[in-house]
Design a protein around this ligand. Structure first.
Ligand code: 4AD
Ligand code: MG
Length: 441
């Protein structure tokens, strides 16, 4: 009889009809002359059983994990007391072994075990991503990208795709990746912010989801050389409105992710105690954070107490965020600690209208600020950072042709996922991590 070609996620809906389903042997067990396969195709898992003569064929008797196979048969609900994914099972009447995977020492599960070193795990990442945890993170990542895009649409922002090959720096010259662009010096983008700003008079509020690149020399669990940057820019708003918008974006995105029951289930597997944050997020000025660090004797990397004007390093930032245990908007950083484009506070000229959003377990997930809207102030910003303004002529022009109060932010997708999925390192939150000394596979 004919068989309907399906993906595993469609198997329950196609119960009691003959189907054809292809995938990889995820698990394998034989019992009393029966062979049980848990088949995996990326869309789900399906238990398939082989009985009688079929279970005695040479191919069936020598099945190996991770072999690819096409199976024909009828899916039915399992009686009470038996368990399988989704409580369904396919009774196999025919199969075609597509690509046999090696067994024994060459089998993937012999090459990867609980004592495999982190570096070998990354060498073998193309195989690791077949596993349940890694693939679940990648599925939640896809759902989160969908959730962000939907939230941006709900909030009325338009998506653009700025270039990644640029001739300007945004976040400091020391982390620029330089390359030869037809004989000219160019860089991989650190942030699309400057381009987003140019879109405001053309398209209104905009966002982009694009790779950013940072030559970060330090080995940490939250720095990648290439990461996915979710950035937005909004016009005609003030600092307070910017922070409120960010809260809305974060909460709306999480709602969108959780609205899908399948994704919600996957997220709970990774992070059983996940709870969406409540609004408003705690707001704390940089100066208050310095007080907090002093009072709680949280010191800088050299073991000295923090003082106003100090950069708050990763460890101290995380300790404070973990102790407080909820998202924090850390605001009003001193101008010297922040980028050239940040607007100063009218109340206190030493500090900027800037905010980092800190999440427990990770620390900084978002960097946000109001932008300088006056050309003269911008030229002072360039000068302070030692930036030659000429390649920035198009950015400066925004202040000349109808300037406006505006602000925006960038969110590191992998850091956001590390928080949501409760991963120790953001390296587990992307497909193939890039960091110091690692550009493979
Ligand atoms: O704080 P950053 O450097 O801010 C900007 O790039 C702004 N121009 C963004 C904007 O306003 N449009 O970076 C923003 C976020 C950080 O909060 C962090 O989450 C992430 O990008 N990030 C990194 N993630 C992984 N690896 C790195 N090396 C990162 N550097 C920044
Ligand atoms: Mg930052």
């Amino acid at each position: 009889p004919a068989a309907k070609k399906i993906k595993i996620r469609q198997s329950v809906a196609n119960r009691d009809t003959r189907v054809k389903v292809s995938g990889w042997i995820h698990r394998l067990r034989s019992q009393k002359g029966l062979i049980f396969i848990v088949l995996r195709d990326g869309t789900g898992f399906l238990q398939c059983v082989l009985t009688g003569q079929l279970a005695k064929t040479y191919d069936a008797l020598t099945f190996t994990l991770e072999s690819s196979i096409t199976i024909f048969g009828i899916v039915s609900a399992l009686p009470q007391g038996k368990t399988a994914p989704d409580n369904h099972e396919l009774t196999t009447d025919y199969f075609v072994l597509e690509g046999k995977a090696p067994g024994e020492q060459e089998a993937i599960n012999s090459r990867i075990s609980t004592d495999t070193s982190p570096s070998t795990l990354i060498d073998l990442r193309h195989l690791v991503i077949r596993g349940e945890t890694a693939s679940t993170v990648l599925k939640v990542r896809a759902a989160t990208l969908r959730g962000f895009r939907k939230a941006f649409e709900q909030l009325g922002l338009l998506e653009v795709t700025p270039p990644c090959m640029v001739q300007t720096q945004v976040e400091g010259g020391s982390t620029l990746f330089e390359f030869n662009y037809y004989g000219e010096k160019a860089y991989l983008t650190q942030s699309s912010q400057l381009y987003l700003e140019t879109c405001l008079p053309s398209l209104g509020d905009v966002f982009c989801i694009q790779e950013s690149f940072r030559a970060e020399k330090s080995h940490t669990r939250r720095h990648l050389s290439e990461y996915t940057h979710v950035e937005a820019e909004l016009g005609f708003l003030d600092f307070d409105e910017l922070l409120t918008h960010i809260e809305e974006l974060i909460c709306q995105t999480i709602d969108n992710v959780l609205a899908d029951s399948k994704t919600s289930e996957l997220l709970r597997i990774l992070n059983p105690t996940f709870e969406p944050p409540s609004r408003p997020f705690l707001r704390m000025k940089y100066a208050q954070a310095i007080d907090y660090l002093q009072k709680n004797d949280i010191r800088d990397p050299e073991g000295k107490p923090h003082e106003f004007g100090d950069d708050i390093a990763e460890a101290a930032e995380r300790k404070m965020t973990d102790d407080i245990g909820r998202p924090i908007f850390l605001t009003h950083f001193p101008a010297e600690l922040k980028a050239f484009y940040m607007k100063r506070s009218k109340v206190d000229n030493r500090v900027t209208e800037s905010a980092d959003l800190l999440m427990p377990g990770v620390g900084e997930v978002i960097g946000a600020s109001m932008r300088i809207s006056e050309p003269e102030e911008l030229f002072r910003g360039y000068a302070r950072e030692g930036i030659d303004p000429s390649p920035y002529y198009w950015f400066t022009d925004q202040r000349k042709y109808g300037t406006c109060e505006h602000g925006g932010y960038g969110l590191g997708l992998e850091r956001f996922l590390a928080w949501m999925c409760d991963r120790y390192t953001i390296r587990d939150c992307c497909l193939y991590p890039r960091f110091t000394g690692r550009c493979t596979p």
